[in-house]
Design a protein around this ligand. Structure first.
Ligand SMILES: CC(=O)N[C@@H](CCC[C@H](N)C(=O)O)C(=O)O
Length: 375
């Protein structure tokens, strides 16, 4: 399949300009520039907030196939030594969304070059890492008018070699909920702890207590994760902290387990209020619906990869990652799969360095799949 675009150059350009959710202004301009440069009369382009929706009209359509790529970066300081390092000192494409966008552009270029029978709608979606762009985008007039009949997406997987696609029918990714806890006590001089309520001590105790939720409250045969990824508190070394804040995420494989986790977290925070004579607030932030792959479509895709492409397919286990693509799969039959990119550093790591050979593998596989499914 002859691509009309330079995938590696595009990936490197995008890698340099990571932006956080709903702030993907440069990214949107870059993507629009590329899409317009190879656009033709069969193509309609719309923007929605910092996202883009592109409809490629088919030759004789009986359905619309959707392809979604997320476009935001993470608040991580990049520590690779790549010559195309992030130009934004506190943001990085550490979840592979630079790959996701590049692959979508490559696929779009091929579908424009070689028309297929069905319509294809490309969704460049903002804010996957938070607060979530998929749900509001699905509810938008811009996407509702072009709603796909089936939809697919991929996510890079550092743990698999290039050329491997991993997927499973049914549940692939967890239900998620963010977690933000603020504690307010009484600050004061470091030498007079008896006159204060120290929120650093309260926060440390709460982090330890939260570890019991998964180990003591969730059925060992079910799965859950409670991670506190950030703690802030206090102002200086010799002042007892009046405030502390914990930021984290909760993951479960069932919605019942998520209800239980939230109840137990709330109970432990209530206990901290009593035990440390402080005030607290909990904010569960944004939550993502599980990624549940349509079983017949996923099986058909797995057979396609195995028998009709040079890529390898393997059936993986579900993961505790979250993805707001789950909302799209709740409304539209389809699937998400992992694309092997072979990096010693994992997702959300400051040294993540996916192998660029995987770009062409993905574009080839997806183009061939759309040629088959959409003709
Ligand atoms: C694929 C991936 O890594 N997705 C993110 C989604 C995060 C959702 C939300 N901000 C949360 O932390 O709950 C993930 O961390 O799994």
């Amino acid at each position: 399949m002859g691509n009309t675009i330079d995938l590696i150059q595009i990936r490197r350009d995008l890698h340099k300009i990571p932006e956080l959710g709903f702030k993907e202004f440069k990214t949107q301009q870059y993507l629009l520039g590329k899409i317009q440069s190879f656009s033709n009369e069969r193509v309609e382009i719309r923007t929605w907030k910092t996202g883009i929706i592109v409809k490629v009209h088919g030759l004789n359509p009986t359905k619309t196939i959707g392809y979604r790529a997320d476009i935001d970066g993470l608040p991580i300081v990049e520590e690779t030594e790549l010559p195309f390092l992030s130009e934004h000192p506190t943001e990085m494409h550490a979840c592979g969304h630079d790959f996701h966008m590049t692959i979508a552009l490559g696929l779009l270029a091929n579908i424009m070059e070689t028309p297929i029978k069905d319509n294809v709608v490309f969704i460049f979606q903002p804010a996957e890492e938070g607060p979530g762009g998929a749900k509001p985008m699905l509810e938008s007039k811009e996407l509702k008018e072009w709603m796909p009949d089936i939809i697919l997406a991929l996510h890079v997987a550092p743990e698999y070699p290039v050329g491997t696609i991993a997927v499973k029918p049914g549940l692939l990714f967890a239900n998620t909920s963010e977690l933000f806890i603020d504690l307010k006590g009484k600050g004061g001089h470091a030498a007079y702890p008896h006159l204060t309520n120290d929120m650093v001590v309260a926060a440390c105790s709460l982090v330890s207590q939260l570890q019991s939720v998964v180990s003591r409250n969730i059925d060992p045969l079910d799965s859950a994760v409670v991670t506190i990824g950030k703690i802030t508190g206090g102002t200086v070394q010799n002042v007892i902290a009046e405030n502390a804040r914990l930021e984290g995420t909760m993951r479960t494989l069932s919605s019942e387990a998520m209800d239980k986790v939230k109840k137990r977290v709330q109970a432990l925070v209530n206990g901290i209020e009593i035990g440390y004579d402080c005030e607290s607030t909990i904010d569960f932030g944004s939550g993502y619906y599980q990624v549940y792959n349509n079983e017949p479509l996923t099986r058909e895709f797995m057979d396609f990869i195995e028998y009709e492409t040079e890529a390898n397919v393997l059936e993986c286990k579900e993961a505790m990652t979250g993805e707001d693509f789950g909302y799209m799969l709740k409304d539209i039959p389809g699937f998400m799969f992992w694309l092997g990119v072979d990096s010693p550093y994992g997702l959300h790591h400051s040294k993540l360095n996916p192998k660029e050979d995987a770009l062409q593998v993905a574009v080839n596989v997806l183009t061939a799949y759309l040629m088959k499914k959409g003709n």
